[in-house]
Design a protein around this ligand. Structure first.
Ligand code: E4P
Length: 217
């Protein structure tokens, strides 16, 4: 399972990279705005800064919603760095754009996916990644993890190459449950990754080992 961090915060991206288990980064317009990154030039520069920190894929989202503009914007994003994956919304023109990018060898992440049907369409269009938002489904009393399981089942039926990128991961149990189901990737906050470290028996066991070492020395 690949671990992506879902942020545009360079300090957190560096921290996750230094942990040694980071496989990529996802961003979206809200996350860029949260870091105060505004204006096209600053946004493009920020994507390059992120690519220079991590070894893996970096999702950069188009703002356009019509086919022609998405193509222009996506090609510009893809030119920035070979780690860039063009993030395209799950709308009709988005599907057409994903097919275009796929034919041209430009990698894509189909975002804002909330149903199996949408995920099927993204795979048919040749998306490299599909991003079902599990946390946002949970927020409206719908089982986000069940969507991951259903997409896994459908993709396995047909051996689609599209990777399931569990997005809108909010906490560590989401990470563990996505791994059990077989999501290819998860993207979440740094805290969802660091939560995997935690167990009270590890802490008490280490304290005891160190205490016993001191006694004997
Ligand atoms: C990832 O690609 C999404 O942009 C992100 O996971 C959305 O998460 P949120 O629902 O916590 O905003």
């Amino acid at each position: 399972m690949k671990f992506f961090i879902d942020t545009a915060n360079l300090a957190q991206i560096k921290e996750a990279q230094e942990l040694g288990v980071l496989d990529g980064v996802t961003t979206n317009p809200s996350l860029m705005a949260k870091e105060g990154i505004t204006g096209k030039d600053n946004i493009l520069k920020h994507y390059v800064d992120i690519c220079n920190i991590v070894d893996g894929d970096v999702s950069a989202e188009v703002i356009s919603t019509d086919y022609e503009s998405m193509i222009k914007e996506g090609e510009e994003l893809a030119e920035l760095h070979d780690q860039i994956v063009v993030k395209v919304p799950m709308i009709k023109d988005g599907i057409k754009a994903i097919k275009y990018f796929s034919d041209k060898g430009i990698r894509t992440n189909c975002t804002l996916v909330f149903s199996v049907g949408q995920a099927l369409l993204a795979a048919k269009a040749g998306a490299s990644y599909v991003s079902p938002f599990i946390g946002r489904l949970d927020d409206i009393s719908t089982d986000g993890l069940n969507l991951i399981a259903e997409i896994r089942h459908v993709y396995d039926n047909y051996n689609f190459d599209t990777e399931i990128l569990a997005a809108s991961v909010r906490h560590t149990m989401h990470v563990i449950d996505c791994a059990k189901i077989g999501a290819d990737v998860m993207t979440g906050p740094l805290s969802s990754i660091e939560g995997l470290l935690k167990h009270p028996l590890t802490d008490s066991g280490l304290a005891k080992f160190l205490e016993d070492y001191k006694k004997g020395n």
